[in-house]
Design a protein around this ligand. Structure first.
Ligand code: PMP
Length: 353
């Protein structure tokens, strides 16, 4: 760190992305990407977009906003496109939390705490129950902007729309951000609620169910006034926040409904197979509604399990954090990857017994 860095930044602990080791070929189940390539139609549009790259993209991203708005059943004034959903979250922190309070669960997406620290927000951290469920009544008059991942990460547990509505009703004076990165794998989206609640921002990503993590595309969906707040941040920091190529790929992914439904269904089926087989091998597995499972086995710490799997060529994510140190988070892969994982866990269980 240089002596020039702003004093407030010196103590920051930035987000640590999942490892991408190059020492050997791994079955990579550690960053919750889709195991499937982008849709063929997304790739076709992506290729066709190449020639237009001498020009800046339309900073309003009108073409993709129209497509997304129609799909979501909202107006195009209710949609803002961002560079991955992390940027949508970042805009919300900048708009509502800097110098104020951010409210989130003790076990949730790690970036919420990183953003809070970066933007100088106070943190109100609300513990989940022992079984990792979130009690929505704990969020009544939360005293700051609420961030809820639904399904939650890394537990995969889902809240119902009624529960989300309880949080919205209990916070008429606070913005509530519902991060739906994994909603397409089994949950009911809160997007229709934006018509009823002017304090709701739904954040979505193209990195998971739309197979476009490398493209970096996300969106915020909300009442027009909230979208204008986020746009203020965008136009004050990075007006062309999404690449032209990203827009084309995103349009292709949105329009290729058949591919989207097929890949989601496959991931859901593989997730259920992983849950069942891991349980059969003696693991405790949460009832994840996401594209990952969260599992532990008595007698093996999360770190040991992570290391043993790495040794066998399977990468998973382990969190050195109180309350979840016994667990690993395993992304749902394709058939081959799931079989490799289950073979490896089976061997580890036998070796330890
Ligand atoms: N929210 C949650 C809950 C996530 O797990 C992730 C993925 N790390 C993101 C948001 C950000 O995803 P992206 O920036 O790729 O859209």
């Amino acid at each position: 760190m240089s002596k020039f860095l702003k004093a407030e930044y010196k103590e920051l602990s930035p987000y640590v992305p999942g490892e991408q080791p190059k020492d050997r070929a791994y079955v990579k189940l550690n960053t919750n990407e889709s195991p499937f390539p982008p849709s063929p139609f997304a790739l076709k549009l992506l290729r066709e977009s190449a020639e237009g790259n001498n020009l800046y993209p339309d900073p309003e991203y009108t073409a993709i906003r129209n497509v997304a708005a129609e799909k979501l059943g909202v107006g195009k004034e209710n949609v803002l496109f961002t560079n991955g959903s992390d940027e949508a979250l970042s805009f919300a922190y900048a708009a509502y939390c800097a110098g104020k309070t951010a409210v989130f669960a003790d076990i949730t997406y790690g970036f919420y705490e990183v953003f809070a620290d970066f933007y100088g927000a106070k943190k109100k951290i609300i513990p989940l129950k022992k079984d990792f469920t979130l009690c929505v009544n704990d969020y009544k008059n939360a005293g700051g902007t609420v961030f809820i991942a639904n399904p939650n990460a890394p537990t995969g547990l889902l809240l119902t729309t009624e529960e989300i509505e309880t949080v919205l009703k209990g916070n008429p004076d606070n913005v509530v951000v519902v991060d739906e990165a994994y909603i397409d794998f089994g949950g009911q989206s809160a997007v229709p609620l934006i018509k009823k609640y002017d304090n709701l921002i739904v954040v979505r990503t193209f990195s998971k169910s739309r197979s476009l993590a490398g493209i970096r595309l996300g969106m915020a969906i909300a009442d027009e006034k909230l979208i204008k707040d986020l746009k203020l941040v965008k136009y004050s920091t990075n007006p062309y926040n999404v690449s032209g190529a990203g827009v084309y790929a995103g349009i292709g992914a949105l329009l290729d409904e058949e591919y989207f439904l097929f890949t989601c269904a496959k991931i859901i089926a593989n997730r259920e197979k992983m849950k069942k087989e891991l349980a059969r091998q003696g693991f405790s597995v949460t009832d994840s509604a996401a594209n990952f499972v969260f599992a532990k086995r008595d007698g093996i710490s999360g770190e040991k399990l992570y290391l043993a799997l790495k040794e066998k060529g399977v990468l998973v994510r382990y969190f050195n954090k109180r309350g979840i140190e016994d667990y690993v988070r395993i992304t749902v892969g394709n058939d081959e990857e799931v079989n490799a994982l289950l073979t490896a866990t089976g061997e580890i269980v036998k070796e330890k017994l």
